[in-house]
Design a protein around this ligand. Sequence first.
Ligand code: GDP
Length: 487
Amino acid sequence: MPASIPGLLNAEHGLSAWGAGFDLAQAGTRRWVTVMPSRNDPIAALATPTGTSALAVLRVSGSDTGRLAQEIFGATPSPRLARRGDYRAQGGELVDDVLFTFFPEANSYTGEDALEISCHGNPFIAQTILEDLFARGCRPAGPGEFTQRAFLHGRMDLSQAEAVMDLIHARGERALSAANHQLRGGLGRRLDDLTERLLGALARIEAYIDFPDEDLPPEDRTVVRRTLEALAQETNRLLATSHYGELLRDGLKTVIIGAPNAGKSSLLNRLVGRERAIVSAEPGTTRDFIEERIIVGPHCLRLIDTAGLNPAPSAVEKLGMEKSLERAAEADLVLLVLDATRPLPVLPEIFTSSLSPARALAVVNKIDLTTGRPVEFAVPGGLAVVNVSALTGAGIEALTAEITRFADSFQSPDQEEIIAINARHADALLRAKTCLQAAMGNLDKNGPVELLASDLRGTLAAYGDILGKVDNERMLDQLFATFCIGK
Ligand code: GDP
């Protein structure tokens, strides 16, 4: 049996780099080498938003950045030491009193020589410095180009590069934890592990490709079958985090629904913390949807207020109700608002039949008007009930706790760390799953080893896509185009 694994350690699957990995926060020892070509012409951009502020930060990266710093500030910059200096434009005129830091390539974010300049947060100053940097040979950085370079120079894998954006956009504590975990290589380590096990199985099989007369012995088939089953299970576990990932990145889609005048708009305003929706004693005032993103506990909610469900609607109200029901059907969480001072409303059967504790909560509102009287409803669907007063704020804390418990229930219970994959990861994992299933089918049928190996290579390529072990410049350009300039 040959000892090596022919065709495995090649650039086709980016395997020259496999098992490596870059440790962004010095929290491990993985090293990463990519097969992508790199550009290192000097680029510059403003890394903070335009507008008046205390400070603005400009970023430069690329070859010759050290020389550029020396040319501007007149001294050889000390590595990673913030220095104070006069920024003088090429013509010699003083622009600002700034702090600058030079990062030699070995310790920079991008993996090339880099310079950060903190100036006063006047857009005119920032623009003047930026234009001067362009005049000195830098070109404007494209969206996400600093992070793209970090990836191309092996400073991070693609899942970590995506986590940088997740971190910038994280709304809420859980989204922040998930982004930090991914940035520190949490997802990368899982995939490294899956890949290593897959390579073990592939090694057993590849050995027989060169010996067409020999069939894969039954004991090898059993070991490979067991490995593939375990990999399929792990792949499914990662895939199961996809909905939680969507929820963390986009917010828990929460629809407020109930009879007219139950206090839906008041509840939205109470949760948002300001007057957002029109509150009126006249029923039917919310005909359009109001949507707000708010932080509730550790989560971000996309909170949607809907038109009331009226048992005898006018033609316009009927249209609004249909839309409300559509929204409720698409929601992660439905908050069914009930008026504590009124009997249980007659709600459309199509709506009540879809209510379940797995996706709805009953919020009994106006408890300030029912002093001394316990509110007891035979709530449809056996929903958990929270008693509140949108007017006084009573019970809102309990509602927040209930919403948090609800959102956390989407996290896979068997995940000891927060893994929350994105749509791109899910797409690749689905491809891996399909290849694994085909490989297992092949094994069960005693099919040809070449086909089996090809399915396993397909799985390997799909795992590789997640971390960016692909020679696909267009995909990378598209991905980084969604980043902001200066990042
Ligand atoms: P919606 O039609 O369901 O959106 O109901 P609104 O939020 O517009 O409220 C209808 C009426 O009920 C308004 O007069 C509110 O001031 C009143 N209301 C809402 N919530 C409460 C509450 O918790 N207590 C009391 N006493 N009145 C409330």
